[in-house]
Design a protein around this ligand. Structure first.
Ligand SMILES: Cc1cc2nc3c(=O)[nH]c(=O)nc-3n(C[C@H](O)[C@H](O)[C@H](O)COP(=O)(O)OP(=O)(O)OC[C@H]3O[C@@H](n4cnc5c(N)ncnc54)[C@H](O)[C@@H]3O)c2cc1C
Length: 295
């Protein structure tokens, strides 16, 4: 159940090994959260991951049933030998006064283009998704991941003339954002410390060059017409913002699993539904493939 990376990984390996696999997906397309991730400049490669899994579905004749939100009742008479739950996550909503204020939007709606984002923006939560939202709303023009010349200019490198060390020595060209964006976290550790070791610094540097402010040690007090009221290292402040994007983590979506467990059917749990770790597709796919290799 669920055609995100975990469900797709499981279905592909199990079907390749000769099992008859039915893959249910509540939405109209496969990919799960990769359909959000692929919209972030720099993460276009996830289009290819989805294309790959579409090919696997076709090649291994996986019985894909889109637009089908599974309930326990639906599975009773299907006679499956194994049921694998890969229903993913639900975004966490922090318990803060004014969280229903019209200035507040969810990251899912921002990335999918459903929510309007103003000029002055506060992003609550500086995990991988908070960084991705900041990237998306401060980005201008073509993605550097799709154009090597833009990439070279942004990083001050020269792939053509091979100067010493590959660097031009010219100040990198990065357009400042028209938006005033503040990326915030409760933790006292430096913002972005939890990002990938090899790439985290590029994300921090890119956003800093675009003018994104990063603040740690925040306590959120309330949201109202004046903006977001916080304590910054225990000092009260009001951030006069038009939009507050909630990127406050995720929780596993396990309703179906919990119900099926009661009915004593053979059921396993994988991916974000097993453990929600924000940017963890590799772990989700790995877990799915190992399970499918043992079925
Ligand atoms: C903006 C963004 C950027 C990201 N960037 C990265 C990255 O760079 N690297 C990385 O490793 N990870 C990244 N991730 C995280 C990655 O996408 C997730 O770790 C991964 O998608 C988890 O896979 P999953 O299959 O467990 O869950 P999901 O992708 O959430 O898929 C679950 C699927 O189950 C379906 N479903 C739910 N309930 C039912 C039901 N009852 N019946 C049928 N279907 C159901 C849902 O519609 C969904 O399609 C990113 C996520 C986001 C949002």
């Amino acid at each position: 159940m669920g055609a995100g990376p975990a469900g797709l990984g499981y279905a592909s390996v199990a079907a390749e090994r000769g099992h008859h696999v039915v893959l249910y997906e509540a939405s109209s397309e496969i990919g799960g959260q990769f359909n959000l991730a692929k919209r972030i400049p720099g993460k276009e490669e996830f289009y290819e991951t989805i294309r790959y899994f579409n090919k696997m579905i076709e090649t291994h004749k996986i019985d894909l049933r889109l637009n089908t939100r599974v309930t326990t009742g639906m599975l009773k008479n299907e006679g499956f030998d194994e049921i694998v739950i890969a229903t993913g996550i639900k975004p966490r909503t922090p318990d803060i006064e004014g969280i229903d204020h019209p200035k507040v939007v969810r990251y899912v709606d921002v990335i999918s283009g459903k929510a309007e984002v103003g000029q002055k923006v506060a992003i609550m939560g500086a995990g991988g998704i908070g960084f991705d939202v900041a990237e998306l709303i401060t980005h201008k023009g073509k993605s550097a991941a799709l154009d090597i010349d833009i990439f070279a200019k942004e990083w001050g490198v020269d792939f053509k003339n091979h100067p010493r060390g590959g660097v031009t020595g010219v100040e990198p060209v990065v357009a400042k954002s028209d938006r005033e964006v503040t990326l915030m976290q409760r933790k006292e550790t430096p913002v972005g410390r939890g990002l990938g070791r090899t790439t985290g610094w590029t994300h921090r540097l890119t956003l800093a060059r675009r003018g994104v402010k990063m603040i740690n040690g925040i306590d959120y007090l309330r949201i109202d017409d004046d903006g977001l009221h916080v304590l910054i290292h225990n000092e009260p402040e009001t951030l006069d913002v038009d939009t507050i994007v909630i990127c406050a983590g995720q929780e596993p979506l396990r309703t179906l699993y919990d119900e099926l467990k009661q009915s004593e059917q053979p059921v396993s749990l994988i991916g974000g539904a097993y453990e929600a770790l924000e940017l963890d597709a590799k772990r989700a796919i790995n877990q799915a493939c190992y399970l499918a290799a043992a079925v």
